[in-house]
Design a protein around this ligand. Structure first.
Ligand code: LLP
Length: 422
């Protein structure tokens, strides 16, 4: 089953749900991130429903989109949250996630982050090294508590995705090698202050075929059976995130139902609660970045459309060579022609698309980047002295500001000029 369209054309004008993109640009200015609430809810509900009667927790990987309003939509749908820092943990609590529905991963958790996780009583800490295990045990004993932990195991799988977002290969910094799992769990079991509750893995992101998941899940199943035979009570099997989304129009990623089906089939019968940590697949397609055309020009034989959004606002095309679908508003008559869509940043790589076939545009028109709801605003910066842009959440005919546009003064508000020595 495919998803409902997030962006639709009514006549020549683009709409996000029932709100004209032009109205959003007018009311909130550009560049502007806008998200469809219905799209977020649709995705959350489809992951939830796909589990049927299998004990599970869908933990939204909040790194994909940190905005409180977005995370709040998900906690309202009954989702938990996967966090990777103190900031994310505090956001999860702020939007009402119950501590027992929060899991915490990351190769470099600081002592204060571990302390907070223990103090609020999260579901489990996903440990990534033996030294971290010792640190968590010490912190727990000092607090007079017991830390619920899993090890993130590295199953050495090639997720067939962009190398920058592959995490389950032996050479990645993540997790501990799966062959060392039994030894690590034995060590953990013997440590006061530690309670082993689960296993965890995450092999990468934007994975558009089920094969790598099947392979990793098969390896996890085998190791869970070994650990159970060793006498460990495995209450939680956390299979991470990574499900890919449609970016190009030709990706055809598995649906939530296909993906959860494979997860349930492989590890759903082991007597444990199954945790998944989707990030991108919950938010990417729900968000757009609206920019305005400033100028057009031709340099040599290249035609450029210069817009007011730049790589500081949306970095994925530049960082990962990610293809980003682009719509124009209004849709003007005339044949499509290849153009480079570029921003105002002083870098040649500040280009959202190269040789893209677009309908004619004029200064003042809108250019809408699709599928930017994940790893978009949260990876933006103030490079070139550009304030962070605004975000709005669209719900039917309604559009609520969910993050104010930063002012120029705010970009330097925490900076200080020391007094000059004479
Ligand atoms: N769980 C863990 C432990 C993770 O490290 C991640 C993502 C997720 C879950 C969520 O994965 P997702 O379902 O979103 O694929 N900035 C990159 C993506 C980095 C992903 C980092 N970890 C990008 O824009 O493609």
């Amino acid at each position: 089953m495919s998803f409902r369209e997030v962006l639709t054309r009514r006549g020549d004008r683009l709409h996000l749900e029932d709100v004209a993109v032009a109205r959003l640009a007018e009311e909130f200015d550009t560049p502007l991130y806008a998200y469809s609430r219905a799209a977020l809810v649709e995705r959350a509900e489809r992951f939830e429903r796909a589990f049927g009667n299998t004990p599970h927790l869908v933990a939204y990987s909040i790194k994909a989109n940190l905005n409180l309003a977005i995370a709040h939509v998900f906690t309202r749908c009954g989702l938990g949250i996967d966090v990777t820092s103190r900031g994310e943990l505090e956001r999860a609590l702020r939007v009402g996630a119950r501590p027992e529905n929060i899991v915490f991963a990351g190769a470099g958790k600081r002592a204060d982050e571990i302390d907070l996780a223990l103090a609020v009583g999260i579901r489990m800490l996903n440990l990534e090294s033996l030294e971290e295990l010792e640190c968590v045990a010490t912190r727990a004993r000092e607090r007079g508590t017991v830390a619920p932990v899993a090890f993130r195991l590295n199953p050495d799988i090639d997720p067939q995705t962009h190398p920058h977002i592959a995490t389950g290969l032996r050479t990645a910094k993540f997790g501990i090698p799966i062959e060392e799992a039994r030894e690590a769990y034995a060590r953990a079991k013997a440590l006061p202050g530690i309670r082993v509750v689960g296993v965890d893995f995450h092999i990468g992101s934007q994975i558009t075929s089920l094969a790598p998941f099947r392979e990793a899940l098969g390896r996890m199943r085998a190791i869970v059976l070994d650990l159970q035979a060793d006498g460990h009570a495995i209450e939680v099997i956390d299979v991470g995130g990574g499900l890919g989304v449609e970016y190009t129009g030709q990706d055809r990623p598995p649906t939530p139902e296909d993906y959860v089906g494979v997860v349930r089939k492989t590890v759903g019968d082991l007597g444990a609660t199954v945790v998944i940590e989707p990030g991108r697949s919950l938010t990417a397609n729900a968000g757009v970045l609206i920019s305005r055309v400033l100028y057009r020009k031709t340099n040599g034989d290249r035609r450029f459309v210069i817009v007011d959004g730049g790589m500081n606002d949306y970095l994925r095309p530049m960082l990962y060579g990610a293809h980003t679908r682009i719509e124009t508003d209004p849709l003007r008559p005339g044949s499509e022609a290849p153009v480079d869509v570029v921003g105002p940043i002083c870098e040649s790589t500040d280009r959202f698309a190269e040789d893209r076939l677009l309908s004619p545009v004029e200064p003042g028109d809108l250019v809408v980047l699709r599928d930017v709801g994940a790893y978009g605003f949260c990876m933006s910066s103030t490079y070139n002295g550009r304030p962070l842009v605004a975000e709005v959440l669209v719900n039917g005919e309604r559009a609520d500001l969910i993050c104010e546009r930063q002012t120029v003064e705010e970009t330097w508000a925490r900076e200080r000029i020391p007094e000059e020595s004479p």
